[in-house]
Design a binder for this molecule. Structure first.
Ligand code: ZN
Length: 255
């Protein structure tokens, strides 16, 4: 299995964008760029939805998707068969057959799980990660991340002025944009809030809520031996989070 296209190039693209961003801002009197940055900060809900769909389509086109009937595709489909509408969010799921230990959800309700994560985790552990990722969307963290990545694109003059067609970014800019979105880290408080959301998600659906503790323990072990999965690097303090999930589970057990 390959690495995802995203993880392989993310670091370099990110550096390139940063450099250009700086250049723009240093240039005095660049009123246009400033205007676009201001516009980006007030991305409408419709723009956000279009941007979210556009970015997932780009990811789907650029990563190998597990087919229906394949072992990974079947396992995920079975796991999430009752999860169609979560908390008002219409969900759709796909597996990327890549080695990355990662998963993400986007504001349009798309959830993508990497095969590397599926190899590492039990069903209950996977569900805890899925609940956590849905939490980032439902709690508004993802939207914020999209907005800041869009601000970078706007400063690069990549943002399209006319969004009526449903395309908020030019086709040749969406890849760089997606990399910025997925490279941006959530804050510790966002991570904690999503953990809590994910735990409640497990309880609500009658899934094995001990899965969260197991998932974080595995991520902690991975970072302990030098593993640098995207999920581990953007989710600091896995051991601490495993301990907290264990406490929540113990409280739930006692009910
Ligand atoms: Zn997270």
């Amino acid at each position: 299995m390959k690495n995802s296209i995203l993880i392989l190039t993310a670091f370099f693209v990110s550096l390139g964008v940063q450099a250009q961003f700086g250049k723009k801002l240093l240039k005095k009197g660049n009123v246009d760029a400033v205007k676009k940055v201001t516009k980006a900060a007030t991305l409408s809900d419709d723009d956000m939805a279009a941007l979210s769909i556009q970015s997932v389509q780009w990811m789907d086109e650029n990563n190998p998707i597990a087919e229906v009937g394949s072992p990974y595709g079947d396992r995920l489909a079975k796991l999430v068969e009752d999860l169609e509408n979560e908390d008002g969010l219409q969900l759709n799921f796909k597996v990327y057959e890549v080695v990355d230990v990662n998963a993400f959800a986007t504001p349009d309700g798309s959830v993508r799980v990497m095969a590397g994560l599926m190899d590492l985790m039990t069903d209950a552990e996977l569900l805890s990660v899925i609940g956590h990722e849905i939490g980032h969307v439902k709690l508004g963290h993802s939207k914020k991340r999209y907005q800041s990545a869009y601000t970078i694109s706007a400063a690069k003059d990549a943002a399209m002025t006319n969004t009526a067609a449903g395309k908020v970014l030019a086709d040749d800019q969406i890849g760089g944009f997606v990399e910025n979105v997925l490279n941006a880290q959530f804050s510790q408080s966002n991570e904690s809030a999503s953990d809590e959301y994910g735990f409640k998600f497990l309880v609500k659906h009658g899934f094995d809520y001990h899965g969260m503790e197991g998932a974080f323990q595995k991520l902690a072990d991975l970072s302990g031996d030098g593993g640098k999965g995207a999920l581990t690097s953007s989710h600091p303090g896995s051991a601490k989070r495993a301990a907290r999930a264990k406490e929540w589970a113990a409280k739930e057990d006692a009910k």
